[in-house]
Design a protein around this ligand. Structure first.
Ligand code: EPU
Length: 339
């Protein structure tokens, strides 16, 4: 077991936007010991660190100095829990969708609504991945992190992760300080159907199983979202904005058909995709980038573009929405090192 360090490593195929990027140094540690070895290498050379998962929520510059680390520990296993519950351990390098389909195939409930979300397990908690009425934090029991400064491993509770909509402590206080190495998820053998979102119920059929739900969710996502293997993208490029009740009421008076979701804290979540769509931007193409023609929340890369051009294009989209609706859109994929 020895760690391989690559120099001048091309990351173009390692980010779903397909932005050209070269890492000065790159390692894909396949165990905790290899990860710790990579961290000491970086310390010895004074290399800055960048963490990479599946590269599906990241906007890469043309060059990354220092060491890019992509955890590649790829095992997962089950442990019987109390009653109907089953604990699933999944290492950081496990591909999220493959795990979801395997668990659904075993008849285990809990992650089926999160099928076909790109990325790896280690990145899933960072933005608290969510879709079709379920967020990762609802099934997460604990997670293991390694401190980038001293290589020590520790377990964290969900409370310590400060999960919120597309947010966690790993985007704030712990950004650039730890790497997530393992998840412990709680699934169950008894049906816990969550079919309330959109037309999911209609697409699942008469006898719902976890696999039937995962397949229905995958089919809906395939209809709307571009396949990164064919067209570069990072999923939703903006978060759905949360606005004050007064602002939502003003907008609804003018646009009664506007999708809106009241939150427990009194604020109202709007659909960024609807706002962009209503500005007439769906399908717009400018240079190497565009607004996806089936889901306006997704920006797409036709090839040949750079991070700077993408950010400028996104800025034009957000400015148009702000001028038309007075709503500020926040970017969802992050730049390396960004908090
Ligand atoms: N809408 C439009 N035009 C569009 C896009 C959406 O009118 O071009 C309307 C839809 O008709 C619907 C509403 O906006 O009434 C919401 O659309 P949708 O159900 O497609 O979901 P979303 O709010 O656009 C969010 C997540 C997705 C997740 C879906 C399903 C965020 C930022 N995005 O999208 O997550 O799959 O809900 O739960 O919260 C991702 O994070 O990459 C992602 C794809």
């Amino acid at each position: 077991m020895s760690l391989t360090l690559a120099a001048e490593h091309d990351l173009t195929a390692a980010n779903t936007l397909g932005l050209p990027c070269v890492a000065a140094h790159f390692a894909a540690p396949a165990s905790l010991v290899e990860l710790q070895a990579a961290l000491s290498e970086a310390r010895v050379h004074g290399w800055p660190l960048t963490l990479l998962g599946g590269g599906s929520n990241l906007i890469l510059p043309e060059r990354l100095p220092g060491l890019v680390l992509q955890p590649a520990m790829g095992d997962w296993w089950l442990e019987e829990g109390e009653g109907e519950t089953v604990r699933v351990h999944a290492e950081a390098g496990v591909v999220w969708h493959e795990l979801v389909m395997a668990l659904a195939g075993l008849g285990l409930w809990g992650t089926e609504n999160l099928a076909l979300i790109p990325g790896r397990c280690g990145a899933a908690p960072i933005q608290n991945i969510g879709a079709y009425g379920v967020e990762l934090c609802e099934v997460l029991e604990a997670l293991q992190v390694v401190d980038l400064a001293d290589g020590r491993a520790a377990w964290m509770t969900p409370e310590a992760c400060a999960f919120a909509y597309r947010d966690s402590v790993f985007k704030g206080r712990l950004a650039g300080r730890v790497v997530i190495t393992r998840l412990a998820l709680r699934l169950t053998r008894s049906a816990t159907l969550r079919l309330g979102y959109g037309d999911l119920a209609a697409r699942v059929g008469e006898t719902p199983t976890p696999l039937a739900v995962a397949e229905a969710v995958s089919a809906i996502r395939r209809d709307k979202l571009p396949d990164p293997a064919r067209l570069g993208n990072a999923g939703s490029f903006f978060k759905n904005p949360l606005v004050k009740d007064e602002q939502a009421k003003r907008l609804l008076a003018e646009h009664p058909e506007m999708p809106h979701f009241r939150q427990p804290d009194g604020r109202v979540k709007l659909a960024a995709g609807w706002l962009i769509d209503r500005c007439g931007l769906k399908g717009l193409r400018e240079g190497h980038f565009g607004v996806h023609d089936r889901q306006a929340l997704v920006l797409v890369h036709f090839g040949g573009g750079s991070a700077g051009e993408l950010l400028a294009f996104a800025d034009r989209v957000a400015t148009t929405v702000r001028e038309r609706f007075g709503v500020t859109l926040e970017r969802e994929p992050r730049l390396p090192g960004e908090r």
